[in-house]
Design a protein around this ligand. Structure first.
Ligand code: ADP
Ligand code: MG
Ligand code: ZN
Length: 567
C-alpha cells in the first residue's frame, strides 16, 4: 500500500507526463488508480471496457519509472501500431517479434543494453526465449504488463495457449510486479487470470462497464440484408463494422453491400494475410466505410470514429458482444449497435465449434444461449449488459436502447396466450422443443406435426393467427422469464413450478411484442423523446417487473456486484 503523500506526488508526475507526451489533460476513470498501482509495484488486474484507455495505464508509468517496461501483447499488428504511436509521441519504444530481420532485432538489443529504451513489446512465446530473458535480467525491468490478459484463461473468450507459458514469469522475475489488462472478465475469468499469472494480492480495478454513448437494439431476422441496409443507410459515409458468424456469410454480405453501392471490404481468417491486413488498414484509414468481418477482426484496433456495429447473427457470448459492440463510439460520441439474430444461429455456432473438446463446447453453447437470453429478456439493454459483469445501473437508460425507447408493447391477453403455450407443452408430454411446439400452435400442415397422436395435438392451431416467428419468440420469452425450461441436448420444453402457477391462473407472465404503429405515430413518439418524454406510452410497472426478474436471474447465477472504483 502506498501512503497518501506518495500517491499525490505520483499523480502529479503522471499528469505531467500525459500532458507532455500525449497532450491529454485528464485521466479517464480508473486510469489514475491503475497507474499508481504500477508505480507502487503492486500487482494489479485492470478491467476496463474496450476504448477505456488501458494502454495508457502502463505506458505512462513506464515513462515515469526508471528502467524498461515489458509489455506482452498477443498480436503482431497490435504491437506495431502501438509502438508506432508511441514513437510518434517521442517515446523510445520497440517490439520484438518474428517480422523483424536479424539486424533489426540486433538494434533493439543494443538499445536495451544502452538503457535508452522505455517500453518493449513482445509476443508471449518470444518472452520465454532464453536469450531475451538473459538480456532482460541484465537490463533493469521496471514492471511487466500483460495486455489482453483474458487470453490466459480458458474461460475467457479468446484463449491463446502461448499465454499459458506466462505462468513462469513470476519465477523468472520474482521481484518485479506484474499487471494484467483486459476489457472483459467475469468474476470467474478474473480469478483465473490472477491465478494463472500468479499475481500476489493484486489490486483489482474494475471500471464502469456501461457505455452511455452507445445505443443498443435487438431484432429478429426476417430479411437479413434489408435489415443491415436500413442501418447502413442511416450512416452515409460513416464507418461501421458488420460482424458475421461464418466466413461465407462475410463474403455474401460484403458483396451484397458492394452491389448496393457501399464501400465494404471483407475480413476473416480464411483470407490471405496481405488482403486481410490491407482491408483492415483501408478501414482504419477511412478509405473504405464498412468492414464485414468474423470475430477474428478487431482486437486492439483503435479506430475512434466507428459510428455503428451491426451483428448479422447471434454473438458468441455476452462478453463477445460487449467487446465487439464496444468498438463503436470510442471517441465518446453517439454510436449505435444493432443486433440481428435468429435462433437458427445456435446451430451455425454448433457447427463451427464442433471440433472443440466436448467440455469447452458445452461451455461455449451455454454462453451462446445466455446471449439468446439477452435477446429475449425485454429489459433495458444497458442494465442487462452491465449486470453480466456484476455491476448494476440504478436507472434504465432513458432512450439508449430499443426497450427503453418503447419499441415494444405488452401483448394484451398475455395470460391467455401464455396458458395456450404452456398447455401445449404439457399436452405434448413435454417431449418437444420450441420449433415443433410453435408449429403445433400455429396449426402447421407439416406431416411431422399431423402424424402425431391425437391427444398431443389437442392444442393444434390455438394461435393460428400469429406468425411462427412470433410464437417462437413468445415461447422464448416464457423461457427467459422462467415459466418454461429448456432441458437436455435437444432443448426440450418443460414447465417449471411457476409455469404451473400460470396454468392455474395464479401468475401472469408479461409477453412483449414489437409495437405496432403507423409511421406518423412513430415519428411523433420520436419527437416526444427529444422533448424528454421518453416514457410516453411505456408501461413503467411492466419494465420494473421484468427488471426485477432479470436481477433475480443474475442472483441465481451468483453474480455479485463488485467493488467499483470510478470517478
Ligand atoms: P483500450 O485498450 O482500453 O481499448 P486504448 O488504450 O486503445 O483503449 O485507448 C482508446 C483511446 O482513448 C485511444 O485513442 C487513447 O489515446 C484514448 N485515451 C486514453 N486515455 C485518454 C485520456 N486520459 N484522455 C484522452 N484520451 C485518452
Ligand atoms: Mg487495448
Ligand atoms: Zn435501456
Amino acid at each position: 500500500m502506498t501512503n497518501r503523500m506518495e500517491t499525490e506526488s505520483h499523480t502529479e508526475s503522471l499528469r505531467e507526463i500525459i500532458e507532455e507526451y500525449w497532450g491529454y489533460d485528464e485521466f479517464r476513470p480508473l486510469q489514475e488508480a491503475a497507474m499508481v498501482s504500477v508505480m507502487a509495484a503492486r500487482d494489479s488486474l485492470v478491467v476496463l471496457p474496450t476504448g477505456g484507455g488501458k494502454s495508457l495505464c502502463y505506458q505512462v508509468p513506464a515513462m515515469a519509472m526508471e528502467g524498461l517496461a515489458v509489455v506482452v501483447s498477443p498480436l503482431i499488428s497490435l504491437m506495431k501500431d502501438q509502438v508506432d504511436a508511441l514513437k510518434a509521441c517521442g517515446i523510445p519504444a520497440a517490439y520484438l517479434n518474428s517480422t523483424l530481420s536479424w539486424d533489426e532485432s540486433r538494434e533493439v538489443f543494443d538499445e536495451m543494453q544502452a538503457g535508452t529504451l522505455k517500453l518493449l513489446y513482445v509476443a508471449p512465446e518470444r518472452l520465454m526465449n532464453s536469450y531475451l530473458l538473459e538480456k532482460l535480467v541484465q537490463a533493469k525491468v521496471s514492471f511487466i504488463a500483460i495486455d489482453e490478459a483474458h487470453c490466459v484463461s480458458m474461460w475467457g473468450h479468446d484463449f491463446r495457449p502461448h499465454y499459458r507459458e506466462l505462468k513462469q514469469i513470476r519465477e523468472i522475475f520474482p521481484n518485479i510486479s506484474i499487471h494484467g489488462y483486459t476489457a472483459t472478465a467475469t468474476e470467474q475469468v478474473r480469478e483465473d487470470i490472477a491465478n494463472q499469472l500468479q499475481l500476489i494480492e493484486p489490486e483489482i480495478l474494475v471500471g464502469p462497464f456501461d457505455r452511455p454513448n452507445l445505443s443498443y437494439s435487438v431484432e429478429q431476422i426476417n430479411d437479413r440484408l434489408q435489415q443491415i441496409r436500413a442501418v447502413v443507410e442511416r450512416h452515409p459515409d460513416e464507418s461501421g463494422i458488420v460482424y458475421c458468424i461464418s466466413r461465407k456469410e462475410v463474403e455474401n454480405v460484403s458483396n451484397a453491400l458492394n452491389e448496393m453501392g457501399y464501400r465494404a471490404l471483407p475480413y476473416h481468417a480464411g483470407l490471405p494475410d496481405d488482403d486481410r491486413s490491407g482491408n483492415q488498414e483501408s478501414f482504419i484509414q477511412d478509405r473504405t466505410d464498412i468492414i464485414v468481418a468474423t470475430i477474428a477482426f478487431g482486437m486492439g484496433v483503435d479506430k475512434p470514429n466507428v459510428r455503428y456495429v451491426i451483428h448479422s447473427g447471434l454473438p458468441k457470448s455476452i462478453e463477445n458482444y460487449q467487446q465487439e459492440s464496444g468498438r463503436a463510439g470510442r471517441d465518446g460520441l453517439e454510436a449505435e449497435c444493432c443486433l440481428f439474430y435468429s435462433e437458427a444461429d445456435l446451430y451455425s455456432w454448433e457447427r463451427i465449434l464442433s471440433d472443440q473438446p466436448e467440455a469447452v463446447n458445452q461451455a461455449s453453447m451455454n454462453s451462446i444461449r445466455a446471449m439468446l437470453g439477452y435477446c429475449h429478456a425485454y429489459v433495458c439493454r444497458h442494465q442487462q449488459l452491465v449486470a453480466h459483469f456484476g455491476q448494476s445501473l440504478e436507472e434504465t437508460c432513458g432512450h439508449g436502447c430499443d426497450v427503453c425507447r418503447g419499441d415494444y408493447e405488452l401483448v394484451k391477453d398475455s395470460l391467455v396466450v401464455s396458458q395456450k403455450i404452456l398447455s401445449s407443452v404439457y399436452r405434448q408430454d413435454q417431449r418437444f422443443g420450441t420449433s415443433y411446439t410453435a408449429s403445433v400452435l400455429k396449426g402447421s400442415r407439416d406431416k411431422k406435426v399431423l402424424g402425431n397422436q391425437h391427444d398431443q395435438l389437442s392444442t393444434y392451431g390455438l394461435l393460428k393467427k400469429e406468425s411462427l416467428a412470433t410464437i417462437r419468440n413468445w415461447i422464448n420469452q416464457l423461457v427467459a422469464q422462467h415459466y418454461l425450461q429448456k432441458a437436455g441436448e435437444y432443448q426440450l420444453l418443460r414447465l417449471t413450478e411457476i409455469g404451473w402457477e400460470v396454468m392455474k391462473g395464479d401468475r401472469e407472465p408479461k409477453l412483449i411484442q414489437p409495437r405496432i404503429e403507423s409511421k406518423s405515430e412513430r415519428a411523433s413518439r420520436r419527437s416526444q423523446e427529444v422533448q424528454g418524454d421518453a416514457w410516453a406510452g411505456v408501461d413503467q410497472d411492466l419494465f420494473q417487473e421484468l427488471r426485477q426478474l432479470r436481477l433475480e436471474t443474475a442472483e441465481d447465477r451468483q453474480l455479485k456486484p463488485y467493488m467499483v472504483f470510478s470517478d
